[in-house]
Design a protein around this ligand. Structure first.
Ligand code: FAD
Length: 448
């Protein structure tokens, strides 16, 4: 290996807060807001120029059902509903009532502004365009400060409790929190908003890419596209995957970013070739490739595949979910769905097949839960992991990873961080009954 030594230096502490949230997706922003609502002094650090993570920078504009699998009992509330209600007033949200594939379809750009306003209204200190790159650990294995880089140079942020909502668990990894790489990583997708494709009546874009993609080097694949409210001729397309990349490797990620964009231009060029009379236009490319999966933390408990598929309930549950297990094949991009009612649905470029993963039972579970212990470790006193880096097994991850679930995880992280400060305890030692009570008081739906 070839090394150079970086000189040691004193770094200016730019902020000293109660709770510092790293990563500003809805997971992160919701953690920050819930902490601020309990009176904490909060900062949030985000590497992009806006908040929202995959829901904004990644253009992923669908949040799934807030009801159980039978669409009868509401199991998700809190900031997910609050934010969508606020956006509804501007026509920026459409709702599909009883649909396993979508509930809220929203305008990502409006969500950016909504999140800006939430951060400002709650006096949360924002550091946008700021990358977290290191941590300082004290003798008790607590994080004393995180080091960030932005236009001001290198700075430190001190906090009593840190929430890692970076998706990849960057902070946890640097801090030495045990992590593991996903065994079969779900491949990423670059999303785009494209105008005009949906005006070509006879065109099924998925089937079309599979028929002609080889002309431009695209593999057979499976994807989806979705409506953007009140934009009749514009859709959000998530049609292809970038295979064989490593999300936490800088060079691999850089190449994947470019390949994802080229894939979009390639299938658009095919549409132009076969449908020359229809004008189509590339309106927006995601400002970062849509990473589904990379590394996950090893916390006090790993949510198992059975916990999800059999709807296990937990005393320390902080989130409820009804989204199916949804695994994207790492080689051919097809989807495999497993439902809580025992059925399966496999969709690939070759077609779709339905089956069962278990025999029928008298009463199917209608939702699953995420316990608080998937976010903390006894030997890390002041770090809470939120977002897709929480500790879950691979199939369980396929269900838990969607945003209506992770939004709740974020809210729980924010409340737990404040309780740890108030109770003067390690984050893994807080009173979880109090956590659940405080979550419910703040609008979350806490079941059992
Ligand atoms: C193409 C695609 C389609 C999907 N479809 C859906 C769907 O329809 N519905 C759904 O609910 N879910 C969907 N998902 C899954 C879902 O979007 C993600 O699992 C979820 O957004 C993960 O949330 P997160 O908060 O953990 O991470 P992210 O949303 O990725 O947020 C992490 C944030 O941290 C920031 N960050 C990362 N590293 C650093 C750093 N070192 N310093 C500072 N900031 C940092 C990032 O910029 C980002 O804002 C999809 C995912 C993809 C990729």
């Amino acid at each position: 290996m070839n090394f150079v030594k970086e000189a040691a230096r004193d770094v200016n502490v730019v902020l000293d807060v109660d709770v510092c949230v790293l990563g500003g997706s809805c997971t992160g922003v919701f953690a920050a807001v819930r902490a601020a609502r309990l009176g904490a002094k909060v900062a949030i650090v985000e590497k992009q120029n806006s908040f929202g993570g995959m829901a904004t920078a990644g253009l992923v504009n669908i949040w799934h059902s807030i009801f159980d699998t039978e669409f009868k009992e509401q199991i998700i509330g809190g900031l997910t509903v609050e934010v969508m209600e606020s956006m509804k007033a501007r026509g920026a949200v459409a709702i599909d009532e009883a649909n396993a594939s979508a509930y809220y379809r929203f305008n990502s750009e409006e969500l950016k502004v909504e999140l800006d306003k939430l951060v400002l209204e709650h006096n949360i200190t924002p550091l946008l365009n700021t990358f977290v790159c290191n941590v300082s650990i004290d003798d008790d294995n607590n994080i004393e400060a995180v080091f960030v880089e932005n236009k001001s140079g290198r700075q430190a942020v001190k906090a009593k409790v840190f929430v890692d909502a970076t998706g990849d668990g960057d902070v946890a990894k640097i801090a030495g929190f045990p992590m593991r790489d996903s065994i079969h990583p779900l491949p990423p997708t670059t999303c785009a908003k494209i105008q005009g494709i949906n005006k070509i009546d006879e065109l099924n874009i998925g089937a079309f890419i599979n028929e002609h993609g080889n002309e431009v080097g695209l593999r057979k694949d499976t994807g989806w596209h979705g409506v953007i409210p009140t934009s009749e001729d514009v859709r959000m397309y998530a049609m292809t995957h970038v295979f064989d990349m490593v999300a936490t490797d800088g060079l691999s990620l850089s190449k994947a970013e470019m390949e994802g964009r080229i894939q979009i231009q390639s299938y658009m060029d095919l549409v132009r070739k076969y449908y020359p009379d229809y004008p189509i236009s590339l309106l927006t490319l995601a400002s970062s490739i849509g990473l589904r999966d990379s590394r996950r933390s090893i916390a006090n408990y790993s949510l198992t595949d059975d916990d999800v598929l059999w709807g296990k309930q937990f005393d320390d549950a902080i989130a409820n979910g009804s989204y199916r297990v949804d695994v994207h094949n790492e080689e051919n991009g097809g989807f495999e769905f497993k439902y809580l009612d025992g059925t399966t649905h496999i969709i690939s470029s070759e077609g779709s097949t339905k089956g069962r993963w278990r025999d029928p039972i008298d009463k199917d579970p209608t939702f699953y839960q995420i316990p608080y212990r998937t976010m903390v470790r006894d030997d890390f006193g002041n770090l809470i992991v939120a977002g897709r880096a929480i500790c879950v097994d691979d199939l369980a991850f396929g269900a838990v990873r969607v945003m209506v679930n992770l939004n709740q995880v974020g809210e729980a992280a924010g409340v737990a961080a404040v309780l740890a400060c108030q109770e003067g305890k390690d984050v893994s030692k807080i009173d979880v009954r109090n956590l659940r009570k405080t979550l419910a008081k703040g609008g979350s739906i806490v079941v059992n």
